[in-house]
Write a protein that binds this ligand. Structure first.
Ligand code: GLT
Ligand code: MN
Ligand code: MN
Length: 389
C-alpha cells in the first residue's frame, strides 16, 4: 500500500503553517523567515494540490501597489511552473496593532471600515490567483472586558461586514464562497461566533440574496477546544450543505490552540472525520491548518505537511477496510430495524397518520431488550485501527 499523496487527493495547507517561525508568548522565533515563493515551491514538491494564504503572508502589510502586482505575477509564475493552485484566500485581521480590539466588531467605525477595505483587497488578490473560497476567521472579534462591547451590537456589526463582502464578491462575479471559521477563544479571552453551531445559526440570519454563498470553515482544534464532538459538529454543517472548507489538524481537548499534526491526537476521532468526508464524497480540499513543533528544523516544516497527508491516506485506507469489513458492516446493518408502515406514518404529518399512530401499539419490552452488541462493535473498530484486525 502506497501512502504517497497525489494531486487528485486535493491536499492543501496554509503558507502560514510552514512559515511559522516558532514565535510565541514565551519565546522568540527559532526559524528564519521562509520566502513565500520558496514556500509554494516546497509545498508543490511534496505533493500538495494547492495552498492558502492571508493577504499579508504573500504581500507584506503596507506594500505599494506596484510591489503587490510584482508579487502576484511572480506567484502566478511559480504556481504555473510547479503545478500548484491557490485554493483558499483569507485576510489577516488580527496581527497589526490597529486590530488590537477587533476588526469588524471594533467600537471604532474607522477600524471597522479599514477592516472591510483590507478584506476587499484580499478578496481581489484571491480572485486574481484563482481561489474559490474566502475564509473569515475573526480571531480578534471578541473581548476580555465584558463591559467593553455590546454583544448584541457585535453580532449585528459582524453580519454587516459579512454581507458587505459577500455582496462585493457577487457584484464582481468572482464566484467565490465565504467560509466563516469559528473559535471559542485565543487570542481573545472570548471570541464571537464560538462554535460551528453559532456560525450556522448566524448564517441563517444573513440577507437571503447572499446566504447561499456563505458557509462554515470548521477547524478540528477549535472544536476540541470548545469540548465538542467534532464529527457531529462537522456532520451537521455537511448535512446543511454548509461545509465549504475544513481545517484539519490535531488538539488535546480544552487547551490552547495546539495546531498539531493531523492524526497525532485522538486517532479514533480522526478516523471518523476522514470517514465522514470520504463516505459523503465531500469535494472540498483536504486542508491542513497545523504548526511545526518549536524544535523543528527548517526542513522539518515540510515533513509536517507530508506527515499530515500520509496520516490522512493511512486513515482513508482504514475507512475502506471498515466499509469492506463484513462483520462490522453486518453489525451496523443489524442495528437498523425497518417497518415500511411506520416509516410512511411518521415521514410527514397528516391528521390521518397522527390518528393512526396514536392507535398503534408497540412491543416495548422486546424493543427495550434488543441486543445491540456495542461492546463488540467498538472492539472491532479498535482492532481495525490498531492493526490487530
Ligand atoms: C490562524 C488561525 C487559523 C485560521 C487562519 C486563517 S490564521 O493561524 O489560528 O485557525 O484558520 O485566518
Ligand atoms: Mn484554522
Ligand atoms: Mn488553529
Amino acid at each position: 500500500m502506497s501512502f504517497e499523496p497525489k494531486k487528485e487527493d486535493h491536499f492543501t495547507t496554509g503558507l502560514w503553517c510552514t512559515a511559522f517561525n516558532g514565535r510565541e508568548v514565551f519565546g522568540t522565533p527559532v526559524r528564519p523567515p521562509l520566502d513565500p515563493m520558496d514556500n509554494i515551491r516546497g509545498l508543490a514538491r511534496i505533493g500538495c494540490y494547492g495552498f492558502a494564504y492571508h493577504d499579508d503572508d504573500l504581500v507584506p502589510f503596507g506594500s505599494s501597489t506596484s510591489e503587490r502586482d510584482r508579487i502576484v505575477s511572480e506567484a502566478k509564475r511559480v504556481m504555473d511552473g510547479e503545478g500548484i493552485r491557490n485554493t483558499m484566500a483569507t485576510c489577516n485581521l488580527f496581527e497589526q496593532p490597529v486590530f488590537k480590539d477587533g476588526a469588524f466588531t471594533s467600537n471604532d467605525v474607522r477600524i471597522r471600515s479599514f477592516a472591510v477595505q483590507k478584506s476587499l483587497k484580499a478578496i481581489d488578490l484571491g480572485a486574481e490567483l484563482g481561489a474559490n473560497t474566502y475564509v473569515m476567521w475573526g480571531g480578534r472579534e471578541g473581548l476580555e472586558v465584558e463591559a467593553s462591547k455590546n454583544p448584541v451590537e457585535s453580532v449585528k456589526r459582524y453580519r454587516e461586514a459579512v454581507e458587505f463582502l459577500a455582496h462585493y464578491i457577487q457584484d464582481q462575479g468572482y464566484g467565490m464562497r465565504i467560509a466563516i471559521e469559528p473559535k471559542p477563544n485565543e487570542p481573545r479571552g472570548d471570541i464571537f461566533l464560538a462554535t460551528i453551531g453559532h456560525v450556522l445559526a448566524f448564517i441563517s440570519t444573513l440577507d437571503a440574496s447572499i446566504r447561499d454563498v456563505v458557509g462554515v470553515n470548521p477547524e478540528i482544534q477549535h472544536s476540541r477546544m470548545a469540548g465538542m464532538n467534532t464529527v457531529h459538529e462537522v456532520a451537521q454543517a455537511l448535512e446543511m450543505g454548509k461545509l465549504y472548507h475544513f481545517d484539519l489538524g490535531a488538539q488535546k481537548p480544552t487547551r490552547y490552540d495546539q495546531d498539531l499534526r493531523f492524526g497525532s491526537e485522538d486517532i479514533k476521532e480522526s478516523f471518523f472525520i476522514v470517514k465522514l468526508l470520504e463516505d459523503h464524497s465531500w469535494s472540498g480540499p483536504r486542508h491542513f491548518d497545523v504548526k511545526p513543533y518549536r524544535p523543528d528544523s527548517v526542513e522539518e516544516v515540510f515533513d509536517l505537511v507530508a506527515g499530515c497527508m500520509r496520516s490522512y491516506l493511512v486513515l482513508r485506507d482504514k475507512v475502506e477496510r471498515f466499509n469492506n469489513d463484513s462483520e462490522i458492516q453486518g453489525m451496523i446493518r443489524e442495528l437498523e430495524v425497518c417497518d415500511d408502515d411506520l416509516s410512511t406514518m411518521t415521514r410527514s404529518y397528516s391528521r390521518g397518520s397522527a390518528g393512526a399512530l396514536k392507535e398503534r401499539s408497540f412491543p416495548l419490552q422486546e424493543m427495550a431488550e434488543r441486543k445491540l452488541g456495542y461492546q463488540r462493535l467498538d472492539q472491532l473498530v479498535f482492532d481495525l485501527l490498531t492493526g490487530a484486525r
